[in-house]
Design a protein around this ligand. Structure first.
Ligand code: TIU
Length: 228
């Protein structure tokens, strides 16, 4: 058992029942020419969470934690993409359109892949998801159940969209979710802050929020974790 300094209160968890879940750290969201940019977003806003995610991943790998990466995207024939999603808004490129990194948000295309800095190791799990939440229409729930996982350390993009949706789905399924604050990123700083605030409000209505320094210190089972 380790104690993680968190809000709204410190949390004691069994690391043997804990997984790191990195949400959608894909070129389509973090790089120019992908889905995020096509929606009109400033993708440079997401760069700050990459390095903390690298540190979290390194600590988790060293400690032997279960590591799950997710990717949002659709089959080439768009059979798993609701028209209401494809037709939404007025993006410069729609899901399935050809872009500089291949077809936008389509599995197997360059843009759909995870950024090189956070590339999954061969033994890590990669969950392809058609929705914003990582449990909807994916094998994630069964997989976590099989592995006896009870706690999720969650980072990724974007804080208020896929990270929040996944944490809400996980919370309803009985998982203790800890959003690792600086490992999450949003195109909108205000939404990032409120996305985290909503998780930890009301006594932790969806879960807990902790920074990567404190989480990594707990994983390493040290006591000098209060860095920021
Ligand atoms: N647009 C936006 O903020 N996010 C997404 O569409 N997907 C994820 O958050 N991964």
């Amino acid at each position: 058992m380790v104690l993680i300094a968190a809000e709204p209160g410190d949390l004691e968890i069994d690391l043997g029942k804990t997984a790191v879940v990195l949400i959608d750290m894909q070129r389509d969201f973090l790089e120019l020419g992908g889905f995020g940019a096509a929606l009109g977003n400033d993708v440079s806003q997401l760069a700050a969470c990459v390095e903390p995610c690298q540190r979290l991943l390194a600590a988790a790998r060293k400690a032997g934690l279960l590591i799950v990466h997710t990717r949002e995207g659709h089959l080439p024939d768009l059979s798993d993409a609701p028209p209401s999603k494809v037709e939404r808004g007025a993006p410069s490129l729609r899901i399935g359109d050809p872009g500089p990194m291949g077809r936008i948000l389509i599995r197997g295309e360059a843009g759909h892949d995870i950024i090189p800095d956070l590339y999954p190791a061969a033994d890590e799990i990669v969950i392809d998801k058609p929705g914003k939440g990582a449990f909807y229409n994916t094998p994630l729930g069964e997989l976590l159940k099989d592995k006896g996982i009870a706690n999720l350390l969650v980072g990724g993009v974007t804080t208020e969209v896929c990270v929040n949706t996944t944490i809400r789905e996980a919370n309803d399924r009985g998982y203790r979710c800890i959003a690792v604050s600086d490992c999450c990123g949003s195109y909108f700083p205000d939404f990032h802050d409120m996305g985290l605030a909503m998780i930890k409000a009301q006594g932790g209505i969806f879960g807990w929020v902790a920074n990567s320094g404190d989480v990594i210190a707990a994983i390493q089972n040290t006591t000098n974790g209060s860095t920021s």
